[in-house]
Design a protein. Structure first.
Lengths: 183, 85
């Protein structure tokens, strides 16, 4: 991962017309962005589309980025998160209009099933899921997460606390069933 | 990832950290911009549920599913003859 200052330098170069700087930023940030979106949506194609949409929006709004206001990584994740929310709203509309013609959803998890961390994360409420993913896998501070999700820092902390509690409950359940199945 | 600072909410959650660390994501190779044909292909080839699935499962539904087009075609034929004559 490139440092904040280097990312800002590349973004300034891109704002001044250096197209190769955008390519460098893409190569550095496509993986963390995809990982965040995939862990959130569990949908490979949707995550790819969202990463591509994020960079299209970055190109369109390049003049709006101001160095020092927010970190580049925060700015990029904010675009990706907002794009994801927009896509999900559209998807919910399609669910109402044409429930039969939507992509097949994974089968619901039974209470007695073993729950992996992947499933446990997907079972979290959306607002808690985003907080735990950004905090744990992307090392973002509460302030940075608050900037991305556009919520107060206190809300980030309380959501993180709740998410950790929920995940622990799910993981303990898995261990219980895991040890139970051994007998 | 280092989660050993005092303000880190995961610091005390060693077991949870092990589980979270086990969730690794394999990132596929994809370009910065998708072509129009890529987007169309992903839209067309996304698996969906069969809208007639539930209809064909029941015997009455299956009969209706297979007979309805024949009845419709017959009705259209009779109507067209009636209109022409």
């Amino acid at each position: 991962m490139i440092s904040t200052e280097r990312a800002d330098d590349y973004m300034i170069s891109y704002q001044q017309g250096d197209i190769s700087a955008l390519g460098i930023l893409y190569e550095h940030y496509r993986e963390p962005l995809y990982a965040f979106l995939f862990r959130y949506t569990q949908d490979e194609q949707l995550s790819i589309d969202l990463v591509q949409d994020t960079f299209i929006k970055l190109q369109k709004s390049r003049s709006f980025y101001t160095v020092g206001r927010v970190q580049f990584k925060t700015y990029l994740f904010q675009i990706a998160y907002n794009s994801m929310l927009t896509k999900q709203k559209k998807k919910q509309l399609w669910v109402k209009l044409l429930p039969k013609l939507l992509p097949t959803a994974p089968p619901p998890v039974s209470v007695t099933d073993k729950i992996s961390i992947r499933v446990a994360i997907s079972l979290l409420e959306e607002k808690q899921r985003a907080v735990i993913l950004l905090s744990y896998y992307h090392d973002l501070s509460s302030k940075e997460i608050a900037d991305i999700l556009q919520i107060p820092v206190g809300t980030v902390k309380s959501r993180l606390h709740t998410a950790i509690k929920q995940l622990k409950k799910q993981v303990c359940k898995e261990d219980f069933h895991g040890s139970f199945n051994e007998f | 990832m280092d989660h050993s600072t005092n303000s880190d909410p995961f610091q005390e959650e060693k077991e949870l950290q092990l589980h979270l660390d086990s969730y690794q994501v394999e990132v596929p190779d994809f370009p910065m911009q998708a072509t129009w044909s890529d987007r169309l292909a992903s839209f067309l080839f996304t698996p969906t549920t069969n809208p007639f699935g539930e209809l064909v499962v029941s015997s009455q539904g299956a009969v209706l599913f297979y007979i309805a087009p024949l009845v419709f075609a017959l009705a259209v034929t009779i109507l067209s003859y009636a209109l022409l004559s």
